[in-house]
Design a protein around this ligand. Sequence first.
Ligand SMILES: [Zn+2]
Length: 295
Amino acid sequence: MLWKGRRESGNVEDQRGGGGVKAGGISILGLVVAFVAWKFFGADPQQTYQATKQLTTQSQPQQANPESLTAEQKEDGAFVKTVLADTEDTWTPIFQQNNMQYKAPRLVMFTGAVRSGCGTAESAMGPFYCPADQKVYIDTNFFRDMRQQMGISGDANSSSKQAGDFAKAYVIAHEVGHHVQNLLGISSQVQQARQQSSKVQGNQLSVRQELQADCLAGVWANHTQERTNFLQQGDIEVAMDAAQKIGDDYLQRRATGQVVPDSFTHGTSAQRMQWFQTGFKSGDINQCDTFKSSI
Ligand SMILES: [Zn+2]
């Protein structure tokens, strides 16, 4: 994936390396780790909140001192800003074509733990979107975890210890997809519907919401490719590999040795791959109605 030299977004807050927010309680940490073990990726905000509201905070987040950042962290920052700009340049015209205005989300880079409008989050929970403050949160160390803990492959010809660039970009585009759902009112409709449904039905709604975010990430890839021709050989395969490794069935099987469909909240690997491809091939948000289709 080519990304250097393109516009960088000004909507990124860099809180890495500062004092940050410290989470308290070893047993709570254990709980979080257990939670993460099978729901590593893009935890839905409600669950994030549920798991984090018990954490206590000790200090306010601080703005990073650029001099304290490593070369890798600086590179990560430029990468995240570029991909966020790509999402802005994708969604602004799509919203315009539908007579709406795209209000871009802000993105917070942090290390360790962070205080968000959805509670205090641990970096081990993976990136997430908080609808309450309309911000995406990501600890850029997650890019290493994707490769070293989740086994998502890196770029050929790169000495980086991280997952491949397009897999990392896909993660950001998925979280921005949740922001698009929030702006379109889909998130609040899902939340309302969940309140009136059983746990099983509620989980199925969550799956549909997650698969839609994957489809919207595909739409982003389509439009960014049209605009910048950024894809390189093997990129789509890297994203498919990532989608496969972060599907709920894969994570559950790794964690428990068995698959419990009714507790899925992100969809199976096959579903995630399929919906990313639907968005990527069409570039059309109307193809991303995961609530109507049989998934
Ligand atoms: Zn998600």
